[in-house]
Design a protein. Structure first.
Length: 191
């Protein structure tokens, strides 16, 4: 039985080995009784981190599992396989919990057909469209040891990182100045 605690599941660095290899298939014969708890912990952690998808390997778990959803709509995906891609593609900005603040324009098929197991081990074949297709493909990349940064040029990735760093510096400067002014005003009033 697999025992997980969401408070012990931190995001691993994007350079971690577990992020650059395909995770092991989830074994329902050996660990099927743990599938629901794995699902619950991943959903809880995803929600805490503010994401719409989370792969097990992003939190250091070597298992072919991811969750996706928003609000009450949740899908647990074990041992996924994309079996069909649409010819129609769309460019859309994506972020990733493993790269906070980095937004990249990624071109992906707008529709896919996937085969996977749910948390009870049932084999599901399902079509996904639009945003759910994009989220599925993004998490599926993690299942193959890649991520969205592998889908852009080094130039675009470096530009996005620089843009984020400049934004971060502006925010820090703005709030540092604001808090210093507040501190000076407090000291002035107490004189």
């Amino acid at each position: 039985m697999i025992v997980l605690r969401k408070d012990k599941l931190d995001l691993v660095e994007p350079t971690a080995e577990v992020m650059h290899k395909a995770p092991q298939p989830f074994n329902f014969e050996a660990d099927g009784d743990s599938a629901q708890s794995v699902t619950n912990v991943l959903f809880d952690r995803m929600k805490q981190l503010g994401g719409v998808g989370l792969s097990a390997n992003q939190v250091g778990l070597d298992m072919r599992v991811f969750v996706m959803g928003l609000g009450e709509t949740k899908i647990a995906v074990f041992n996924p396989e994309i079996i069909e891609y649409s010819d129609t593609e769309e460019l859309f900005n994506e972020g990733c919990l493993s790269y906070p603040g980095i937004v990249l324009g990624i071109k992906r098929p707008t529709k896919i057909k996937a085969k996977y197991q749910n948390e009870t081990g049932q084999i599901i074949e399902q079509e996904f469209n639009g945003l759910t297709a994009r989220i599925f493909q993004h998490e599926y990349d993690h299942m193959n040891g890649t991520d969205y940064t592998d889908r852009v040029s080094k130039f675009k990735l470096d530009y996005a990182k620089k843009k984020f760093e400049n934004k971060r510096k502006k925010i820090i400067k703005k709030y540092a100045v604001k808090t210093m002014i507040e501190a000076l005003n407090v000291n002035k009033d107490s004189d």
